[in-house]
Design a protein around this ligand. Structure first.
Ligand code: ZN
Ligand code: FE
Ligand code: FE
Ligand code: ZN
Length: 267
């Protein structure tokens, strides 16, 4: 039984397909108890003429997204929560807070998809890995993830080791970096997402991997689950494996969110 899938996208972002109702139907079919839509927040950190096409909904579509998910929540035969996936860009916190403020989200998920302007998880920008030092990349990535958590703007930290997506692995032992990240996350009071999308990418591994998840558990960090589905058939995909991984490191509950308040369900 999958208690929750807190990371569903929608057509509004321009790179996901299917109607939100089809995501719901798939969740119902799989017996998932609760879903959270978590579409990409408009690119608040870019000037209007620099927008990345098909990356996120436009700013004027945000109220429509909020209303669409709220309406869906009223009608759906399972719990539907309103989330949002917001990019963290250092120095742009005020713009981010201003864009989030008018809406009552159930949860706000923070993501690091950019390292100093480099969209490191974008297949089109993959060649950049060969031009940089992999250990420096990992350090910079986790420093940004820590900084994101410390803003206090996010309830959940998405795909915590997304930097491994294309299976470029650090040469140095990453454990000190993981330990530091877990400490910072714990002090910041965030929940971490166990995201099964990594199973669908070259790394073929859940985010976070077992070593990092073990460290999160040792630091008492709560976890939630997300498939990062960008099409209805991926709702819940990989979450049985994610649950197994969570349990194997010792977790016995996962977090859900309402009105940015955390609750736990037993697993
Ligand atoms: Zn997306
Ligand atoms: Fe993401
Ligand atoms: Fe996502
Ligand atoms: Zn994502």
């Amino acid at each position: 039984m999958i208690p929750v899938d807190n990371h569903l996208h929608s057509r509004l972002c321009g790179h996901a397909t299917g109607e939100v109702g089809a995501y719901i139907s798939q969740a119902v079919r799989l017996g998932i108890k609760e879903v959270g839509f978590c579409d990409h927040l408009p690119l608040y950190f870019l000037p209007p003429d620099k927008m990345i096409p098909d990356y996120a909904m436009n700013e004027d579509e945000l109220p429509g997204y909020v209303n669409m998910i709220r309406k869906l929540a009223d009608q759906a035969p399972l719990q539907v929560k309103l989330g949002i996936e917001a990019d963290f860009i250092p120095g742009q916190e005020e713009k981010l807070a201003a864009m989030l403020a008018p809406h009552k989200f159930d949860f706000i998920t923070g993501s690091v998809h950019f390292i100093d302007g480099w969209g490191f998880d974008n297949p089109a920008e993959r060649a950049e890995y060969a031009r940089r030092d992999i250990d420096t990349i990992y350090q910079r990535y986790f420093a940004l993830a820590q900084q994101a958590a410390q803003t206090g703007l996010f309830d959940i930290m998405a795909h915590p080791d997304l930097i491994k997506k294309f299976n470029y692995r650090p040469h140095q032992d990453p454990r000190p970096l993981y330990e530091e990240t877990a400490r910072v996350f714990k002090n910041a009071g965030v929940c971490v997402e166990v995201n099964s999308a990594g199973l669908r990418y070259p790394v073929q591994e859940i985010y976070p991997g077992p070593e990092l998840l073990q460290i999160f558990f040792a630091h008492g960090l709560p976890v939630t689950l997300g498939s990062d589905a960008h099409r209805p058939e991926d709702v819940g995909a990989g979450l049985p494996q994610a649950l197994e991984l969570i349990r194997s490191v010792g977790y016995r509950e996962v977090a859900t969110f309402s009105n940015q308040q955390i609750k736990f369900v037993s697993i």
